[in-house]
Ligand binder design. Structure first.
Ligand code: TTP
Length: 200
């Protein structure tokens, strides 16, 4: 069976993959994450997920028994991509823009290996209640927003801002587990499965 490698430095992705009991080895690969001019958000996340997976495979010397998983998450407001905040001012601007309304979270997962490549993009709608300036300052001081797309983590303190989610919770955190399991199956990699029914 092929060996799975996770091309990600994100602790969230490691935890999510571990959650569905898939054995893997981490193989971090860094790529340029600058969007192309006028690149649509869904195309952007899919391209980055594929590039991360390809870079991981390259770093492994193109091992033919390796399958590499890459993923990318972007917060999208009115068609505009919100990445990770560079500083407090950017974080404040993002959270004020997200306050009291809904936005999309796009996450792509890609698998590369054995001469094949495949990817899925999952879109979820997240609504925030209105957020005050004081809350934004306190949230920044918690340290949580700085390494997260859109400057928040639904799995953390920012859960109190979220009044509605339509879509995939795991995708918002960083890896759509249902679609990931399907893709892994297509590449012949076993993950957690419901026990088969024996004869009665
Ligand atoms: C919206 C949202 C994002 N995030 C995180 C998931 C990703 O780690 C990060 C988006 O940045 P990414 O560039 O997708 O990923 P990364 O740089 O953290 O890791 P790598 O490229 O090595 O795989 O934001 C949350 O943890 N919770 C959330 O609610």
């Amino acid at each position: 069976m092929a060996e799975l490698f996770l091309a990600s430095a994100s602790p969230r992705r490691r935890e999510l993959l571990a959650q569905i009991a898939v054995p893997y080895v981490t193989q971090i690969a860094s790529i340029d994450e600058t969007p192309l001019p006028d690149e649509p958000p869904a195309a952007y996340v899919e391209r980055l997920a594929r590039e991360k997976a390809r870079a991981g495979l390259l770093a492994l010397g193109g091992r033919d028994d390796a399958v590499v998983l890459g993923a990318d998450t972007a917060v999208v407001l009115d068609g505009r991509i919100l990445g990770k905040p560079a500083d407090f001012n950017e974080s404040r601007a993002m959270l004020l823009a997200l306050s009291g309304r809904s936005h999309q979270v796009l996450t792509a997962v890609a698998l590369v290996g054995g001469g094949r490549e495949a990817a899925r993009v999952v879109s979820s709608d997240v609504s925030f209640r209105p957020i005050s300036e004081a809350e934004i300052e306190a949230y920044w001081a918690s340290g949580e927003p700085c390494d997260k797309a859109g400057s928040y983590g639904i799995q953390g303190l920012a859960a109190v801002f979220v009044n509605q989610l339509q879509g995939s919770y795991s995708a918002v955190v960083g890896l759509p587990l249902c679609e990931t399991a399907e893709l892994l199956g297509e590449f012949g990699i076993a993950c957690w499965q419901l026990p088969t029914q024996g004869p009665h």
